[in-house]
Each structure stands twice: as structure tokens, then as C-alpha cells.
Design a protein. Structure first.
Length: 47
């Protein structure tokens, strides 16, 4: 976790790297399993 940008509401944010597993369902009913997903998100920290 690290400090990141101020968001549109003027709140400070933290930058997080996340790891996940999930199932994604397509319109045709097929299922795709993601076993080792990673992503980067920012979340606001209200004081």
C-alpha cells in the first residue's frame, strides 16, 4: 500500500495491488475461471 493521488472529492487515496480468483460468466452461459488475477486500485481514506 502506498500514498496515491487526491480524488475528485479532495480525499487522499491509497494505491493497492490486489490478487484475486473469480469466475466470469459470459452472455452465452460459458464460465471463465481466473485463477491468478492481479490488479491495481485506489481507495479513499476518510478521516
Amino acid at each position: 500500500m502506498e500514498d496515491y493521488e487526491v480524488n475528485e472529492k479532495g480525499l487522499p487515496t491509497k494505491k493497492l495491488t490486489v490478487e484475486y480468483r473469480c469466475q466470469v460468466f459470459a452472455d452465452d452461459g460459458s464460465v471463465h475461471n481466473i485463477q491468478n488475477g492481479t490488479g491495481v486500485i485506489a481507495v479513499a481514506i476518510e478521516h
